[in-house]
Design a protein around this ligand. Sequence first.
Ligand code: DGY
Length: 328
Amino acid sequence: NRSMSAKPFKVLITHPEVPQSGIDLLKEHCELTQVLSLPPSRAELLEKIKGVDAVLWGGHSPLNAEALDAAGPQLKCISTMSAGIDYVDVAEMKRRKIPLGHSPTVLDAAVADLAVGLLIAAGRRFHEARRKIDSDNWESYHLNWLLGQDVRDSVVGFFGFGGIGQAIAKRLSGFDIDQVLYTTRRRIDQETEKELNAKKVDFDELLAKSDFVVIASPLTPATQGIFNATAFNKMKRTAVLVNIARGKIVNQNDLYDALKSNRIFAAGIDVMDPEPLPPTDKLLTLDNVVVLPHIGSATTRTRSDMSTIAAHNVLRGLAGEPMLSPAY
Ligand code: DGY
């Protein structure tokens, strides 16, 4: 009787809200333990990780030497339930030769939808406009009231042009944009370039020529703080910045100054530094920034798909097979 036989692997789920899809897959083959506290407590994670064979890492608790030491040497693999892995000490994982999976791709569409929403919301001044109603300043008798930026015929520049960036560009092609520019380390394949009307340029050209600049790159030592005052000063005064990647890619103090002084037109951001952003943060006093609390991948289906991918990664890692989405 299979259900009575001992399951060969112990797997920890580090978050109480990991969608059932992944848990159902794992529990067929593995004995599961789960962090139950909410917000998930680090102490509970460090306690429950002892002796497990694998981990489905939900949430952004640091995956570092402390956690790996607590787990012990039998640990075989880990998968995060996220695209970004900036909270993982990758060097430490590699040093210990532990395979790491993550869950990109399945969230491209949800994040891209949100990015298009932010681009339009910031360019067309949604936040400021709503505030006009709240403050009883509806002045539509002006002909130049709340004029925003057109998406049609615009140049959209992508800092980072992987799955998410390309999904945004694909959506924007329906808005009759003029040109897509992108900055990445490696050029993407020429067929995709042609399909998306995309051209690789250097960072300075991206900043100078784009009407909308979309940050869609991972946070790495090379990208941290790269959007600073120097960068904002190279952008068009009418430019709109969108960030759906990681807050730390932007120097937020410099962003505040650039928005406050109208050095750039507006920003739409789903990610910031720190998260959660305190409600007293000066950024929130501005009219020309649309701020969302990191909800890019927050749709029911996407979260469920992320859980499924993470579980497949774990199962493959345990079987000694290549993961579905290896992080390295
Ligand atoms: C990601 O997948 O990286 C998102 O930020 C949610 O974790």
